[in-house]
Design a binder for this molecule. Structure first.
Ligand SMILES: [Zn+2]
Length: 330
């Protein structure tokens, strides 16, 4: 349980959920109270057990669902949007997210259809499409497409843009973990509601995604730039989407950049062996984790090889549907 944080007339009530008592990472959202409003920043995960937990937490703080005056989402992932439909069903309040989150939160069918094709092609290029985990992932994407009506956020989402202000909170884009990742910065208190932009103890996964033109996004470069951009902020307290909140902000940003730097040499070293497929590369770097944490491992392999190619450190032969990866210096 994290304490309530207060500065001037503002208070943050943390809602910290641990799926099991031993869970390493919590799922966090925050109530920000000022003289005029009670803002919910992120909305937890869509699970029956969570719904119960969320209502209990509100009650413990002396609030009810209809006390919430607006919802702000740091990004579209379902461990941040869980309670939105329940809250707006109870009271029609504004829901805000990045403009880039909107097709994702609406489960737009064109967007979902393209997403399936995009991942099939990419997994084929990395020669992992035949693996059972990949088949399962594609089946999941297909079932999301089929169930888009039930899954979508049942509220009008109001789009937020870079540098826009919402009351005292200023919106900042920090892509990397997802293309629509934003953080909310309160200049008076120097508080940052960061979603999954930065964590106290590890780097958020830079998940593979595509831009409006359908092109693979340089997620690793974006994440690195987001960490650099954070260095110019004066921060007193970072409220993150997972793991504990933290105040040693400079240290955490530096650590995060260092952790990123350590990833590339592992890939480079494996490529010293010679020309490899994406699957061979993933297996050599991650071993059994490739199947155990498929989405995260492939996001790393795809993200860092794309990064290496952009930095001219490796070449990727894309002549055939299955790509071949080469260390440039060989
Ligand atoms: Zn998350």
């Amino acid at each position: 349980m994290e304490p309530i944080i207060q500065l001037g007339n503002k208070k943050v009530y943390p809602i910290i959920y641990k799926p099991t008592p031993n869970s390493r990472d919590s799922i966090n959202c925050f109530l920000l109270e000022d003289a005029y409003s009670l803002t919910l920043i992120d909305a937890g995960i869509e699970q029956p057990h969570y719904k119960h937990f969320f209502r209990e937490q509100l009650a413990a703080y002396g609030f009810q669902m209809h006390d919430i005056s607006q919802i702000l989402l740091t990004h579209h992932h379902n461990d941040h949007t869980g309670m939105v439909n329940d809250i707006v069903a109870c009271k029609n309040i504004p829901v805000y997210a990045s403009d880039k989150a909107i097709p994702r939160l609406r489960f737009d069918t064109n967007f979902l259809h393209y997403k399936i094709i995009f991942f099939e092609q990419l997994y084929e290029a990395y020669n992992v499409l035949h693996r059972a985990v990949a088949t399962k992932r594609i089946a999941k994407l297909n079932s999301t497409y089929q169930q888009h009506e039930q899954l979508k956020i049942q509220a009008d989402i109001l789009p937020l843009q870079q540098s826009q202000k919402l009351g005292d909170l200023c919106i900042h884009y920090f892509p990397g973990h997802s293309p629509d990742s934003i953080a909310f910065y309160d200049e008076a208190t120097k508080w940052l509601f960061a979603g999954d932009v930065i964590f106290a103890n590890s780097i958020p996964n830079a998940l593979v995604d595509f831009d409006e033109q359908g092109e693979l996004l340089p997620t690793v470069r974006q994440q690195q730039q987001s960490f650099h951009a954070l260095q110019s902020f004066e921060l007193s307290h970072v409220f993150a989407g997972h793991q504990p909140s933290f105040t040693n902000t400079k240290e955490v940003i530096e650590q995060s950049l260092k952790r990123m730097e350590l990833k590339w040499p592992r890939i480079e070293r494996v490529l010293q062996q010679g020309e490899l497929t994406g699957q061979q590369l993933a297996q050599a770097v991650y071993g059994a984790k490739l199947d155990q944490a498929f989405i995260f491992v492939m996001s790393d392999i795809i993200g860092y090889t794309h990064y290496g190619e952009m930095q001219n450190k490796i070449t990727i032969n894309k002549e055939n549907p299955v790509w071949l990866f080469n260390n440039k210096g060989r």
